[in-house]
Design a protein around this ligand. Structure first.
Ligand code: ATP
Ligand code: MG
Length: 159
């Protein structure tokens, strides 16, 4: 189905309004409002929700999360950048594996199960997109997604 990506991002941010307010993290949106892509709405919502959930969880009060959305050639580039704890270099290669978490000692109430990025990665793959995670410990994390704008109707619905 055709999806107005910027609207979807606004809606996900609205659903996190309470957490954003409570954590005192600033969200900066730089979105091309015109972008429409042909994809699975619920899955893309899941992607944005998971990535924003991570950014909010690992970013301390007073810091900023920036979400940018732009189109280039036949692709859409979506990036979520945070000024949070970052991911240690040694953990980066395995970070999209199921149940992988940097702090294995933490319990469910401090975090999640380690499934978020595995799900995100799989959804992006199924949309013929790419996912890159760049991170520096103590500085922050950038998750960048490229999605083709011209996903054909045959390739959906997924799974
Ligand atoms: P779930 O998403 O299932 O609730 P989770 O958030 O722990 O649990 P993932 O989303 O897969 O699982 O993330 C895996 C791990 O990667 C996290 O536990 C955390 O250690 C690290 N991580 C993910 N995103 C960030 C981020 N933006 N900043 C710092 N660390 C991150
Ligand atoms: Mg997560």
């Amino acid at each position: 189905e055709p999806i107005a990506l910027a609207q979807l991002i606004h809606d996900v941010c609205t659903s996190f309004e309470y957490t954003i307010h409570k954590t005192n993290v600033q969200i900066s949106l730089q979105l091309d409002e015109e972008i429409i892509i042909f994809a699975d709405y619920d899955r893309l919502e899941q992607v944005i929700r998971n990535l924003l959930d991570n950014a909010l969880r690992f970013t301390p009060a007073g810091k900023k999360i920036t979400i940018t959305l732009q189109s280039q050639a036949n692709e859409v580039k979506l990036s979520i950048h945070d000024q949070g704890s970052g991911i240690p270099k040694a953990d980066l290669p395995a970070i999209t594996e199921r149940f992988y978490r940097v702090d294995k000692g933490r319990t469910r109430k401090d975090g999640g199960t380690g499934l978020g990025l595995a799900i995100v990665s799989q959804i992006i793959k199924r949309h013929d997109g790419t996912l890159t995670i760049e991170s520096t410990e103590g500085i922050g994390t950038s998750v960048t997604i490229f999605l083709p704008t011209n996903i054909s109707e045959q390739s959906y619905p997924f799974g």
